[in-house]
Design a protein around this ligand. Structure first.
Ligand code: URP
Ligand code: ZN
Ligand code: ZN
Length: 466
């Protein structure tokens, strides 16, 4: 048996904070005991990690990544190997990536493709959601099999006509199926049909710069789609999780539904909390670095997002990590913003940015852990293995230095992308050491993990509903 003791830190979970030592046995949390208690003093171990003056927090759960995603005429630039290594550097020990069913394909084929991309390459544990882009009799039936084998959530798109888009009838059918089989429908809520009209009109008027991406993808069209998705879920009797919420009007739709007692959940992402349309308007095509959908909003929307995170109208912060290099990838859209591949890097930055939010007074320390670790684990059927530090949980543990200072930069990050969306941003706090199932993958800011350490995680259904 291999034993490790993490000694002298402040253990922070979503539920409590305590000065405690943590005993890890064979990849699992065996016990917690007050530091210097007779119980903790009696423990012996091969390895001791000194966490004095540090936080000891659960490994992050990033429930929204896109590694090696073919999209916008190119492919997102992080592989499962580079992306999960960067995630580990940032204190994330579990990611849930999106397998894709392309049109005409069976779900099984899409899922097998994603297993082949990831197997043997991940530094941390991983699971899959399934993107449904062809809702038909066959794929509806297959949803049942996927839920039974642990792929329990399905993303649908009200945006991107001709690519991932589903119409309202297809959405309703998928929701009805999920209501029966226990799956969770995740929604990209933007009215893509209306947006495509505005894109065409903008380009015809010579508005080709990246900032127009934000202008045509109107906040009202996010709110309208969010409202419609909620009503369709009500009709189907299914729960609903709205991904990458950015508009204050969309938060209001979610809040209204939740106050009415509906099983409706929302996720936002660091880019919407820390960046804005000011970035999209940066000169010299620099704005392309910030093109993602839903788009960045004017700074005023951020207050509603922070409030939603505090009031639990939004439950989860994931990254929607979908990196494209500026050189050769974002540049595909020079002269036509609609050809800029949509997506931002961030899997390495999420835990730090949210710690900065604690320092800035937006959220409490425990809420940091709730929205970054515990809630995504429960939402996607990974609790209590993931998202907490408790006896029986996987020993996914981060020793976090709350006083360290760092400056985010492409020069020092580990994501396979040639820019940082947060270049020059100063952060108080830094990941020091990371354990994934008891194995040290980051040791005092040195990568000690390996491709293939990460296990695939079959998931149970959403644990917010039971
Ligand atoms: O711009 C984004 N969000 N790219 C990734 C695909 C998606 O819609 O999540
Ligand atoms: Zn999306
Ligand atoms: Zn996404």
């Amino acid at each position: 048996m291999t034993r490790t003791i993490i000694k002298g830190g402040l253990v922070v979970t979503a539920a409590e904070e305590m000065h405690a030592d943590v005993l890890v046995e064979d990849g699992t949390i065996a016990a917690l005991a007050a530091s210097d208690s007779s119980c903790a003093r009696g423990w012996t171990a091969e390895h001791t990690i000194d966490a004095t003056g540090k936080y000891v927090v659960p490994g992050g759960v990033d429930a929204h990544t896109h590694f090696e995603l073919p999209f916008g005429g190119t492919s997102s630039s992080d592989t499962f190997e580079t992306g999960t290594r960067a995630a580990a550097w940032g204190g994330t020990t579990t990611i849930v990536d999106f397998a894709v069913q392309t049109r005409g394909q069976a779900l099984r084929e899409g899922l097998d493709t994603w297993h082949a991309k990831a197997e043997g390459r991940c530094a941390i544990d991983y699971a899959f959601h399934m993107i449904l882009s062809d809702v038909n009799e066959g794929s509806l039936k297959e949803m049942d099999h996927l839920v039974a084998e642990g792929c329990t959530s399905f993303k649908l798109f009200m945006a991107y006509p001709g690519v991932f888009y589903s119409d309202d009838g297809q959405i309703l059918r998928a929701m009805q199926r999920a209501a029966d089989n226990g799956g969770l429908i995740m929604m990209h809520a933007e009215n893509g049909i209306a947006i495509d009209v505005l894109v065409e009109q903008a380009l015809a008027a010579g508005k080709t710069d990246p900032r127009h991406h934000g202008e045509v993808r109107r906040a009202l069209l996010e709110a309208e789609a969010t409202h419609r998705a909620i009503q369709l879920a009500r009709v189907a009797g299914s729960p609903l999780y709205v991904v990458h919420v950015s508009a204050q009007e969309a938060v209001a739709e979610l809040a209204r539904a939740r106050h009415a007692g509906l099983p409706v959940f929302g996720e936002t992402c660091p880019q919407y909390l820390f960046l804005s349309t000011d970035n999209l308007a940066e000169p010299g095509f620099e704005g392309a670095k910030y093109v993602c959908s839903t788009p960045l909003r004017p700074r005023e929307h951020q207050a509603a997002l922070w409030r939603g995170l505090r009031t639990d109208d939004l439950q989860v912060v994931s990254t929607d990590h979908c990196p494209f290099c500026f050189a050769g990838q974002k540049e595909l859209g020079r002269g036509d913003f609609s050809k800029i591949p949509n997506g931002l890097p961030g899997v390495e930055n999420r835990m730090d940015l949210l710690h900065q939010a604690v320092v800035d007074g937006h959220i409490s320390r425990r809420r940091w852990i709730e929205i970054a670790c515990a809630a995504p684990a429960r939402m996607f059927g990974l609790a209590p293995r993931k998202g907490t530090i408790a006896p029986g949980s996987d020993a996914d543990v981060v020793v976090y230095d709350p006083h360290a200072r760092q400056t985010l930069s492409a020069a020092t990050h580990h994501m396979n992308v040639d820019y940082s969306a947060y270049e020059g941003k100063e952060i108080t706090g830094q990941v020091e050491t990371v354990l994934c199932r008891g194995v040290t993958v980051i040791d005092r800011r040195r990568f000690t993990g390996r491709a293939g350490h990460g296990h695939y995680l079959p998931r149970s259904t959403c644990q917010y509903l039971t």
